[in-house]
Design a protein around this ligand. Sequence first.
Ligand code: FAD
Length: 475
Amino acid sequence: MTQPVSLVWFRQDLRVKDNPALQAANDFGTVVPIFIKDTSINAEEQPGDASNWWLHHSLTALNDRLNGHLQFFEGDPKQLIPELVEKFGANAVFWNRCYEPAAIERDTQIKQSLKETGCAVSSFNASLLWEPMSIRKQDGGVYKVFTPYYRKGCLQASSPRYPVPSPERISYSSVDNIGCSLSSLNLLPTLDWAADFTNHWQPGEKGAAKHLSDFIHNAASGYEDQRNIPSVKGTSRLSPHLHFGEISPNQVWYALIDAFEQPDNKHLDCYLSELGWREFSYYLLFHFPSLPTQNFNGQFDHFTWRNKEDEFTAWTKGQTGIPIVDAGMRELWQTGYMHNRVRMIVGSFLVKNLLVDWRKGERWFWDCLLDADRASNSASWQWVAGSGADAAPYFRIFNPVLQGEKFDKQGEYVKKYCPELARMPDKYIHKPWDAPANILAHAGVVLGKNYPKPIADLKASRQRALDAYAETKGK
Ligand code: FAD
């Protein structure tokens, strides 16, 4: 008897372990794994260059895991999926759910059209600990504040599901490979700026497992104390792996719980709550689909941004003259990643000290971050700007000098990414403009020549931001 055939449509779940769609398809019959470069989504939602670099390598790794059976396509999945069902004679289609508004709309349409043709279709949750539609306040409303959302709405509702085992053996269907080559999807950037990324990252399931294991063995037990220090590897660096679904949050959640002997450990609680912030971002995006483009708090619609192009460019290039900001922006450019503490500092400087619209920062991060994620990026930028749900209040303006002095005491992080400041003494590393001439000369720093003078006076620009906000509130 011939076995039923099913398509497994991989999207943001580029793994074999703990993959409910793959598991269900394998139980159902023989499997045709496919990936589609979706050309139907609009330009601003298309992955940025850094994400595409990651995607290319992650797909290579997944195809290896699937013994070369992954078939690649490019086009509109709304047309392609029904066509492929017909070509392969498939009886069912399986996928894991995505939660971006455009993806939800697309998937709903595909589900509907497949059902009309009599093809079975099933979708699963593989990327969230708690799906946004399942968490509500007691009065039926939507949470807008993180702590009650996480502590009450999520933790008290149910435990995250346990990871499912990987299939012992995948039964591949014997259909021909009618897809295109991975390289013809043109995911790799033409600029060689990404060449160094391989020294920092290993996209794919193996790389994700290694990062998790390194974190558990080397940093998890000090997470709460170390996670704010950008010069040490105190965090898990799992964000791109989680974004592309090379590891599920469930695998991470339970691996951490298993690693700590006592469940009431402050480092464990702190780490799990960071995963909670990821959940909260998806929750907000699901319930407020305009989050990436519109102020969550409508009061900010009246805000007058300065949006000076030359200042924005200096920020993107790490040439603002504020060492911790420049170090962060250069870390982003060189490695495709930026430490969370520094993301907050550079974001605050852009939006508050320079009065550049947070959406311009969001776009730059979108293009440059390997972990660029529609939910986390937009929720975090709105948090920084003060326009978001449960956001940092607008009047809380990070002072980058004090932040640097607190979290990068000896300036190790700054010196790594701004080598022109490497010989500055600790006292002035975060404020070279205050250093006496002889100290600058001794360190070989000529402000305005080999390191920029600050593009904004921190005190005056802080006051300007507060004034702009006061004016908005009055409107
Ligand atoms: P860890 O400290 O090891 O945390 C574990 C995991 O928890 C992370 O991998 C991530 O999935 C999640 N997490 C941690 N902090 C946050 C947070 N504040 N919000 C949401 N999830 C969190 N994260 C992204 O994944 N993609 C983005 O596009 C993104 N853009 C950001 C933009 C700005 C302006 C800011 C301030 C933060 C942004 N973040 C984003 C959140 C955070 O900076 C990263 O998730 C974190 O730095 C990733 O490093 P890690 O994996 O070592 O984190």
